[in-house]
Structure formats: C-alpha cells, structure tokens
Ligand binder design. Structure first.
Ligand code: ADP
Ligand code: MG
Ligand code: MG
Length: 353
C-alpha cells in the first residue's frame, strides 16, 4: 500500500520561498509508486490550503501556490475525525513539515500534529522549541558539557531600562568582536558583528526588531564545519562539510541570494577533528532529545578545537542544501533520505502508541 504523505510547506515566515523550492524538489524526488502525495500549502497570511492529490511530477512552484478556495482547518486532518465521520478518504499516514523558522521549526506545528495524533517527520516539540531558541539551546549544550563560545542574553525590557549596564556586561564578559543575534530566528536574519560600542548599540536595536530576547556571543575566528545527524534513538553522523563564505560572515544574502558561498564536501579536516565533531554532534542530538534529523554546525579554531555553534532542527532541505549533500556524500541519495525520514517518523510514532 502507498504511504499517504502530507507535505506541509510555505508558511508565514521569511523562508516561505525556500520552503516552496524544497516542496517542489521533494515532490520530484518521491517515488510515486510508493507515495501518494497530498500537498498542504500555508500561504503568507498563514492560511492552510489543501491542494489536490498529486499523481505526477509538478513543473514549478507556482503550481504549488494554491489560492484560497480550498482553505483547510488544520484540525480537520485529525485521523479521529475521519473515523468519526466514516469518510471514504483515509487519513494521511505521515506529515512532512518542510517549514523553517518560527511557526514551523519551533515546535508549534509539531505540537499541533501531536494533538492530531499524526506521525510527522523530524524533531518533536521539545527539541524543535529548544533548538529554535539559541539561549535555551546553548544552556542545554553547556549542561551536556559541550564546548561553545561564551554568551550573554538580555530581554528587551532589561535592555531598555539599563542599556549602559548591558553594554558594560557584554564588554566585560565577551569583549569585541562579538555577535548580536535575535534568540529565535535562523537564516542569519537580524545578526550583526560588532567591533565597538556604537556598533553594539545599533546591533541591539536591530536584533530587538525581530525578537524580545537577544543573545550576544564572543566572536571567534574559525572555520565553519557542519555535519548531518540522522536517526532516532541510534543516530548516525554524515561526513563533514565546510562552508566558506566570501563575505565577513555567513549572512542572509550569502545563504540565499549570492550563491557565492562555497560548500566543500567532504571538508578537508583531520581524522581527529572529524572524530571530535562527530562525537559532539551526536551528544548535542541526544542532549536536545532530537529525532529524525539535525544539522549540527561547528566552529573549528586554528588550534583544532571544535566549538558547537548550533543545531538546526529543520535544516535547508533542497537537493543543493548542505544537509542532503552531506548525506549524498555519505551514500544516501536524496530520494532515499526522504524515505528514511518518513520511516523514522513512523517508527517514532509507533513507539509512542
Ligand atoms: P543562524 O541560526 O541564523 O544560522 P548563526 O548563529 O549560525 O545563526 O550565525 C550565522 C553566521 O554568523 C554563522 O554561520 C557564522 O558565519 C557567523 N557567526 C555567528 N556567530 C558567530 C561567532 N560567535 N563567531 C564568529 N562567527 C559567528
Ligand atoms: Mg540556525
Ligand atoms: Mg547557522
């Protein structure tokens, strides 16, 4: 029997367009003999719109941007409703949320799918929420004994009441250069590198436009190495990749617009450095209670010390994104990667029942 796979994509976030590209790529990669594909598009207003079941390949993303006609209440996806109403149509077997950032990668959609009792690909509520909040994530990493940069955090009202004190603390604890980031975003949105008090002041103002909480980190000079982790209770680690931004740092433009950033896979690092990063990636995965997948990002300093920067619980997932490329080089092609993830989702759901 075919697996009825609900693809959830789009979303009310800065990564709406990226998500559409991902959905298109996933639909193209899926084996239509094995999967029945049910698109669910979330438009920029946040409305859920059910598309027709796809029986063949789709040409381009515009075919996936359904207009408002078939608006859907997420609650109507609950298997319990199908049973109660004795509908002909069977409920979906698995949902694959191809969403990034707040309201997609942060545990909110995952919580909804838990309530609906639907199996879904990727991380659960806790890992998604903790992974989205850089302060929470780093607190968990610290508790797990993972090496990372020093950091401090402020909420907006604290900063507004005592800006000078906040800046003095940053200078005392971290010094310059430092990085100021909104706590709950991704894609480098709202992130600034600061080398003096004037820049720090501007950076706080910028970051607080996106979030009520900011994190400030000590700046490091290091290579940026990433690995993919795949699995549930016994996670596996991919080969390592390196990102080499042509700019000062890996900002939003470098990620999505310039195409200037080089991805080097496998990364040219020593066996010892890889071993250290792999061990830390698995430890981070377990510390955050992750499931399905995570891309773990590291700084590797000149003296060979690996510092964990972050994990991304729903990493970029087009065939040209780092996570799928890392697995391709590890021997798992894109279509197989998607199937593995769907199976991991089913496995995790079955364990909970
Ligand atoms: P996002 O979740 O938006 O990807 P990151 O924390 O990964 O945010 O920061 C984006 C980029 O900024 C990193 O890939 C790196 O290039 C640079 N960067 C972030 N923090 C630091 C730091 N503490 N030291 C040096 N570079 C950093
Ligand atoms: Mg991130
Ligand atoms: Mg990052």
């Amino acid at each position: 029997m075919k697996t009825k796979l609900g693809l959830l994509y789009g979303g009310k976030s800065a990564e709406h367009k990226v998500s559409l590209q991902t959905a298109l790529a996933v639909i193209r990669a899926l084996d239509h003999e094995k999967f029945e594909i049910h698109p669910i598009y979330i438009n920029v207003e946040g409305q859920w719109i059910k598309g027709p079941q796809l029986t063949g390949p789709v040409e381009n993303v515009t075919a996936l941007e359904f207009s408002q006609g078939n608006q859907l209440s997420p609650l109507s996806l609950a298997p319990a409703l199908f049973q109660a109403e004795k509908q002909e149509q069977q409920p979906l077997d698995v949902i694959f949320p191809l969403l990034h950032g707040p309201n997609g990668e942060d545990g909110t959609v995952q919580g909804l799918l838990e309530l609906l009792n639907l199996p879904y690909v990727g991380n659960g509520v806790l890992a998604s929420a903790a992974g989205m909040d850089k302060v929470m994530m780093k607190n968990v990493f610290a508790q797990a004994g993972l090496s990372q940069v020093n950091y401090v955090a402020f909420i907006k009202s604290e900063w507004e009441m005592a800006k000078e004190a906040a800046y003095a603390e940053v200078e005392q604890v971290l010094g310059y250069p430092c990085f100021v980031k909104p706590a709950n975003l991704g894609s480098s949105v709202g992130i600034s590198k600061c080398t003096n008090r004037t820049e720090l002041d501007a950076a706080f103002g910028e970051a607080f436009q996106f979030d009520r909480k900011v994190i400030i980190e000590e700046g490091v000079v290091a290579r940026e190495i990433e690995v993919g982790v795949l699995g549930n209770d016994a996670p596996e680690c991919s080969v390592a990749g390196e990102i080499v931004p042509k700019k000062d740092f890996y900002d939003y433009k470098a990620k999505y617009e310039d195409g200037e950033t080089a991805l080097i896979i496998p990364a040219d690092i020593s066996v010892e450095d890889y071993g250290q990063i792999k061990e830390m990636a698995i430890r981070a995965f377990k510390a955050l209670d992750c499931s399905g997948l995570v891309r773990a990002d590291f700084f590797l300093t000149k003296d060979g010390k690996a510092l964990i920067n972050e994990v991304n619980t729903m990493p970029g997932f087009t065939p040209f994104s780092m996570f799928p490329l890392l697995w391709k080089h590890t021997g798992v092609e894109y279509p197989q990667l998607i199937e593995r993830l769907v199976n991991l989702a089913k496995e995790r759901h079955a364990e909970k029942q």
